[in-house]
Structures are given as structure tokens and as C-alpha cells.
Design a protein around this ligand. Structure first.
Ligand code: SF4
Length: 249
């Protein structure tokens, strides 16, 4: 469906972004706002925003949002969706929030097959707090807390939390995408639409993990950040559908 206006209805106008140049958050925000308009969901949506760079997401989205404590987004989304199953509920979280401090809530919400949708931004680093190593940082990745590169001997291996989520029977749809090229952005929008429809159909838990550039903490320019997703990050976290049990698939 074509948008009636160039500016998505559920994305606030004239608000100056706090995201860094080249950051993927703004792209994903726009995709969400476009879909809420196209699918006529904006008036019944409650979004949960996280601790991390997206802590101010409510400044941009023009629908109801609630701020979660660090890592607890999926617990909060569970409460909202169970209390008001008629609403459309999104939890928007980054990798530090979701796969470090929020691991327990994330895994258990998936094991219960909760009926909200999780939008998971994976940029392989703690963004807001200054570029520390995250559970998703890749082997050899230099961060402020792994200046010589992530060493699996001391730091362990990257955590593939969406792959774990996808193993639960109550998870109907899980896909990993990226936003580092126009083609990848179009695929991400399609994946988000499928996830949103999964919630509307009450088929089960739905999640889209999105590999997203963080030029600031990767210490790269925007173009190199986009290449790094293809050349490095997507090798560790391959793109594609992780599970699809919608409609008995
Ligand atoms: S630190 Fe990284 S994730 Fe955070 S706003 Fe800047 S580019 Fe985006």
C-alpha cells in the first residue's frame, strides 16, 4: 500500500534526531512507522522502549510508548499484551539491553510464546554507554572493554539469542535481516510486516533481529559500517528465516 503522505503518520515531524549519522535506528523507526500506517495499527499500538541508544524512541514515534527498566522490555510487553490482548504490542530493544541484562526475560517470554512482537536491533556493541563489548560482539572485535579484540578464551563466544528463541514451540516467526543497503531495508520491512501479521493472527511469538550499523562505536565511516555488516557481522549472524510456523508451517 502506498503511503498517503510522504512522512509516516506515526513518526513525529520536526523532531531533531539524537542518533548519530549513519545509525540504523532511525531507518528501523521509519519502517515501523510506515507499517503501522499501512496496516492501520497506530491507534491500537503500545510500544515498549529500552535502555540504550533507543531510550528516547518515544520522542520520534507518534503512538503510545512506555519506558522499560533496563532489559525488562519483554516482561513489560508480556504484561501489556496479557492485560489488553486487543492492543498491538511491540518491544523494541538493542543487543545490550535484550541479550545481556534482559536475557532471562527474553528467553522466558519466548518459551511462553507471548503474543507481542519483538524488534531486536543487533549492532554488536553497547552503544549508549560508550562502546563496550556486548554478548553479540564478534570474535576479534575491538571495543572499549576488549581493546585487543574479543578473545573467546576469556570473553566467550557471541550469543545467538534469536537462534535460541527460534527453538521454542511457541515462537511462530523469527527472522534475521539487516539495514545496510536499500535491498536489505526492503527485506527488513517485509520481515517486520510478517512479524506484525503473526501477532495479529495470534499465531505465536514473533521476532525480527536486525543487523544495524553503529559507525560511532565501530569507529568507521557510514559506508565502511555497511560493508562490515556484510563482510563480518552477517558471517557470524547469518541473515534469513530462523523459524516460520505461521499457519502450521
Ligand atoms: S552510538 Fe551507535 S547505536 Fe547509538 S546512536 Fe550512535 S550510531 Fe546509533
Amino acid at each position: 500500500m502506498k503511503l498517503k503522505n510522504e512522512w509516516p503518520k506515526y513518526y513525529k515531524k520536526d523532531v531533531v534526531t539524537h542518533y548519530c549519522p549513519g545509525c540504523g535506528h532511525g531507518i528501523v523507526h521509519r519502517l515501523i512507522a510506515e507499517l503501522l500506517e499501512e496496516m492501520d495499527l497506530g491507534k491500537k499500538t503500545i510500544g515498549v522502549n529500552p535502555a540504550g541508544c533507543a531510550v528516547l524512541a518515544y520522542k520520534y514515534f507518534d503512538f503510545d510508548m512506555i519506558e522499560s527498566a533496563h532489559g525488562r522490555g519483554t516482561a513489560l510487553a508480556t504484561g501489556i499484551k496479557r492485560t489488553r490482548p486487543d492492543l498491538f504490542v511491540l518491544s523494541y530493544q538493542g543487543d545490550g539491553d535484550l541479550s545481556a541484562i534482559g536475557t532471562a526475560e527474553t528467553i522466558h517470554s519466548a518459551s511462553r510464546g507471548e503474543l507481542f512482537t519483538l524488534v531486536f536491533i543487533n549492532n554488536a556493541v553497547y552503544g549508549m554507554t560508550g562502546g563496550q563489548m556486548a554478548p553479540t560482539s564478534v570474535i576479534g572485535q575491538k571495543t572499549t572493554t576488549s581493546p585487543l579484540g574479543r578473545n573467546p578464551k576469556y570473553d566467550g563466544h557471541p550469543l545467538h539469542i534469536t537462534d535460541i528463541i527460534a527453538t521454542f514451540p511457541g515462537v511462530a516467526y523469527a527472522e534475521r535481516t539487516a539495514v545496510n543497503s536499500p535491498k536489505a531495508i526492503r527485506k527488513t520491512k517485509k520481515a517486520l510486516k510478517k512479524a506484525f501479521q503473526t501477532q495479529l493472527d495470534e499465531s505465536g511469538y514473533s521476532v525480527v533481529e536486525i543487523l544495524s550499523p553503529c559507525p560511532t562505536n565501530w569507529k568507521m565511516n557510514t559506508i565502511d559500517s555497511c560493508h562490515w555488516i556484510d563482510d563480518v557481522l552477517a558471517k557470524e549472524f547469518p541473515l534469513g528465516v530462523l523459524t516460520d510456523k505461521r499457519g502450521g508451517q
